[in-house]
Design a protein around this ligand. Sequence first.
Ligand code: EPU
Length: 409
Amino acid sequence: MRGSGPLEGTVAIEGAKNSVLKLMAASLICDGRFVLRNVPRIVDVEIMSDLLTSMGATVRRTEDHVLTIDVGDDITPEAPYELVERMRASIVVLGALLARNGYARVALPGGDNFGPRPIDMHIAGLEALGVRFDAAHGYIEARCDNLVGTRVVLEFPSVGATENLLMAAVRAKGTTTIDNAAREPEIADLCAFLTRMGARIVGGGTSTIEIEGVDELAPVDHTVIPDRIEAGTFLAAVGVAGGEVTLQGARADHMDMLIRKLGEMGMRVSPSSDGLWVQAKGRLDAVDVSTLPYPGIATDYKPFFVAMLAVAEGVGIVTENLFSGRFRYVDELVRMGADIRTEGHHAVVRGRPRLSGAPVRAPDIRAGAALVIAALAADGETVVSDASHIARGYEDFAGKLRSVGADVT
Ligand code: EPU
C-alpha cells in the first residue's frame, strides 16, 4: 500500500467480534435454533464455528451476515487444543457448558503475543459457584452437581471472567452477584442475549451484575451490537490520512472517551442519522493516553493512538494498564521512521510530519491494523506481512479502506 488521503465516503461497521464470539458460546447453554444477525465475516467467527461444530452443533451462514446455530442433545462438552490454541476466546465455552450439563473439558490456552493471559479469575469465580477443577495433560476438567448462586468479587474487571460467570450463573440455584464486573458494551450485549433467552439479570453493563438462576432457557434471534473497535480503527485512519468519512452503524455512545480524546487531538466526530461522522484536517495535536477497562480508553485502541501520534504535532505518552508486552508493533513503526521510545508500560511518541514506507510484520489483529493506518501517512510503499492476523477481526479491511480512497491491496 501507499500513502493516501484525504479519505472520503462511507464505511459500513460490522457486528462486534468480541460480542458475537461470546454469543455463539452462549448458544451452547440450551438446545434449539439460535439466529445471530449482524455477524461479521471474519476468521475468528469461523474458528468459533469450528469449535461449536466439533462439539456437535450445526453452524450455518444462512444469509450474508446471519448465522444459524442448531444445538441438539448430543453436544460433546470438550474444547480441543487445536481450536483453543487458534483462538484464546474459546475459553468462554467453559461457563456455557457448565450451565448446560455441569461438565466441561477445555484445553488450557497458552500465552500469546500479549504476554501471559491467565484464567485464574475465571476459575476462582466458578469455584465459588460450586465448580471443581482438575488439570491434566494440558486440559482443565470442570464439573459440578449443582451450580449455586453466591457473591463473587472480581480482583479486576476481566471481560472473559465476567462472561464465563454470567453464562454459568444463569442456571445456578439462587442469586449470583458479580462485583467489580467488566462494563464493556459486549457484556451488556451478552446480558441482553441471555435475558432474551429467559435469564433474569439486572445490572448488565454496570460493575454490579445480579443474576437469579432459572431452570429453563430457550433459543433466541439476536442482532449483534456494532464493533466499536472496528469503528475506532477507521476513526484513526481518518486521523492519520485526513478527510471526511461516515461510519455507518457505529454507535457513539459506546465510544465516549475515544471520541473525547480524538476531539482533543483536533478531530471532529459526531453522531449522524446512520452512525458516526468524522472529519480531520491537517496534522493532529499530540495527547497523552492511558488504557483502562471500559468506559476508559480500550487497550485495543492503543496501537491506533501510537500510529496517530507518530504523525501528530508534538509528543504524546501512551500508557498500557491492561496487558504487558503489548508494544511489539512499535519496532515495526520505528522501521517506518516513527520516533517512539518504550519504557515498561509507556511509549513516548514524538510526532513526525511523514513516515517512510517499509516492509513490516503484523504481530496481532489490532497492531496489524495500526501498521496499515500508519502506512497511510508514509511516503512510498509499505508491505504488511502476516496480514492474515488482520482478517481474524476485520471484514474486508483493505476493501473498505479502498472504498474511501486509500491506495491499498
Ligand atoms: N486477567 C487475569 N486473570 C484472569 C483474567 C484476566 O490476570 O483470570 C488479566 C489479563 O491477563 C489481562 C487483564 O486481566 O491483563 C484483562 O483481561 P480480560 O479478561 O479483561 O481480557 P479478555 O477477556 O481476555 C477481551 C478481549 C480483548 C480485549 C480485552 C480487554 C475478547 C475475545 N477479547 O479479552 O480483545 O483486549 O478484553 O478489553 O473479547 C481483540 O479483540 O483483539 C482483543 C484482544
